[in-house]
Design a protein around this ligand. Structure first.
Ligand SMILES: Nc1nc2c(ncn2[C@@H]2O[C@H](COP(=O)(O)OP(=O)(O)OP(=O)(O)O)[C@@H](O)[C@H]2O)c(=O)[nH]1
Length: 366
């Protein structure tokens, strides 16, 4: 290929000075390609900084490179790779530094002699090795940062160096937009996941809760009772199962309406909550049947009956005569061996409850 053809870059359109410059440009291009590939895989700003600070220096073979981000009306020098310290970690007002000029003017700053250029804050450069520099904006339309190249010896930056650096800045801009997009997507996925988890939790809560009273339902009772018994496995002692049946619910429904019947059930739930502890599993099994599993039962059955009666009296004291609550109770104690047959316990307590109800009905009969 004739030198003249090689010497004009097809992509950039600018003339290349000599064979050496062409070789340097091709090497720079190769390095740029690697950086572009790396940037396309970067998932965080840290990674972008690392890729850019190294590539920016290696592409042109300069003595230092910096990565600057816009921070409102300031420029933050977030990273650098150089033969001597530059300004890493420092912030400068946007109208008082070269990166700021580049961002505000949306064009590269090409400065062969920093001490002859009024855009350069000389005081900030004096302690550094820098004699010449190129600074290009990241993102053409509304720059979000800049990339700088610095030379320790006076250097007339060539158009292909500026071109390479600007191409790196453009890829950096895309990488940063991808990261922002990725972060946004990740946040959305997280929000969706938490919303689903909340919904799952609510569905789960509803599936084990009796809607009317807020107590466990039958499914909740078996689950919680099994867990409570498993939690105290090997401790010895006894557990208690208390079966409670509401008296006269049908009559309440028939005579005073379904809402009155519901109120009766809600009042029974309140009585049970007041009579037992948080560690006890209290449930409405269905209809007018309630059940309590007390995992650790140190008291005799009569004590539970007394507690229930006391809370019932308290509740009824505030209720109109027609609304007063009456219940029948069966209490059974058992060794909490695993697996404990809860159905058997319920059946035993149910029988005891039924006997009590029958006895009371018979006693009350004329
Ligand atoms: N209001 C209301 N009534 C219900 C509900 N679930 C079941 N019932 C009614 O409760 C009544 C239960 O009737 P029974 O089993 O004869 O109970 P009872 O009327 O309390 O009679 P005893 O238990 O013998 O005192 C039925 O009429 C059911 O329709 C509910 O959620 N709300």
């Amino acid at each position: 290929m004739p030198t003249s053809a090689l010497a004009r870059s097809r992509s950039s359109g600018f003339p290349l000075a000599s064979g050496d410059a062409t070789v340097r440009y091709v090497r720079g291009m190769e390095r740029l390609l690697i950086a572009v590939q790396e940037l396309s895989l970067a998932r965080g700003l840290d990674a972008v900084q690392r890729i850019v600070r190294v590539a920016a220096r290696e592409m042109t073979g300069c003595d230092g490179a910096s990565f600057v981000l816009r921070d409102d009306d300031h420029c933050r020098y977030v990273d650098e790779d150089a033969i001597g310290p530059l300004w890493k970690g420092r912030r400068f007002p946007i109208d008082l530094c070269v990166s700021g000029w580049t961002m505000l003017n949306r064009e590269p700053a090409v400065i062969p002699d920093i001490y002859l250029d009024e855009r350069v804050p000389h005081a900030a450069y004096r302690p550094t090795f820098v004699k010449s520099l190129v600074m290009v904006p990241i993102r053409a339309r509304d720059p979000i940062g800049a990339i700088g190249n610095y030379w320790a010896e006076p250097h007339q930056p060539r158009p292909e160096e500026v071109h390479l650096l600007q191409a790196l800045a453009d890829s950096t801009s895309i990488a940063m937009e991808n990261i922002a997009l990725y972060a946004e997507l990740e946040q959305r996925v997280q929000e969706r996941t938490s919303a689903l988890e909340r919904m799952n939790g609510e569905i789960r809560r509803l599936s084990v809760t009796d809607e009317l009273t807020g107590l466990y339902n039958r499914r909740g009772f078996y689950e919680r009772a099994d867990a409570a018994l498993a939690g105290r496995a090997g401790e010895g002692g006894r557990c208690a199962l208390i079966f409670v049946d509401v008296d006269g619910l049908k009559r309440a429904n028939d005579e005073r309406g379904h809402d009155a019947g519901d109120a009766l059930l809600v009042n029974v739930a309140r009585v049970l909550r007041a009579a037992f502890d948080d560690s006890d599993v209290i449930a409405r099994l269905g209809g007018d049947e309630f059940c309590v599993l007390r995992p650790v039962a140190t008291e005799a059955p009569a004590v539970y009956r007394q507690r229930l009666q006391r809370e019932l009296d308290r509740a009824n004291y505030d209720l109109a005569k027609a609304d007063r609550v009456s219940i029948s109770v069966g209490v059974t104690l058992a060794e909490p061996v695993l697996p404990l047959d809860l159905d058997l316990l319920i059946a035993r307590a149910d029988t005891l409850m039924y006997e009590e109800k029958r006895t009371r009905t018979t006693t009350r009969a004329p």
